[in-house]
Design a binder for this molecule. Sequence first.
Ligand code: CP
Ligand code: NVA
Length: 294
Amino acid sequence: MDVRDELHEIINLAMELKKAKDIGEPLKGKSLAMIFEKPSTRTRVSFEVAMTQLGGHALYLSPKDLQLGRGETIADTARVLSRYVDAIMYRAFDHKMMVELANNSSVPVINGLDDKEHPCQIVADLVTIKEYKGEFEGKKLAYVGDGNNVCHSLLLGCAIVGMDIAVASPKGYEPEKEYVDLANSIGKQSGANVMVGNSMEEAASGADVLYTDVWVSMGDEAEAEERMRVFKPYQINSEVLSMAKKDAIVMHCLPAHRGLEITDEVIDGEQSAVWDQAENRLHAQKAILLTLLG
Ligand code: CP
Ligand code: NVA
């Protein structure tokens, strides 16, 4: 199956699971190891609850409790965990460690965020967009802010499903070229238009979805002061919202820093889809888990 069909199947499955009353225990006896090098509210709780509701079990593993904290390699950790569990979810500081874990694991590895990507977030985002907008083709998502992990995965996700994406970041904080090039080449086949620039007006104009994320991601704390200054003009507020379509929705992967990347008025406003978006993490995780382990 190609990646486009696979992604559509996962999105549709998540939407079905959201409506389903009783789906039994399809993952009875299955275990998911979850390694978190960084904090998490949504990813941790939604994966753990998803495993429980599907009849399986999830283990929260912090590196300081694992022997990883005492120097055991990620490759050896992968080899050993693969003998116990059916899948490993990993939230890592370094994408290279994610690849190392995947290369040495004999069970599926799920990226629960690293410094380059946040794919599970984008599955839930696409579920939310489909719920609100009905389809992807002919729609435009404007991402305003840091060209970070969420932005990279949005570029790929939008390109795969054929939705236009326009990114507006401050100079020097654009998404990495590798992701922009990949999104462009996927977009050529799916019909998605991919734009990356510095103008919020250009990105937001005619947008069906306005999306933002924090200015200081986990791991970027040392740059916080500089980032606060540079990103200040890139806030989603009522003025920016008025540049988008009248029925545009506002999205944020959360956690939000109210008053910085997004105002209270917008995140709590009528056009905000963020709480549905957060809920959809649960349904999306279930669809991902069932696709891998069901
Ligand atoms: N959006 C998201 O991944 O949130 P957490 O960091 O709380 O998991
Ligand atoms: N870009 C943010 C996303 C948090 C879910 C971070 O990496 O901290």
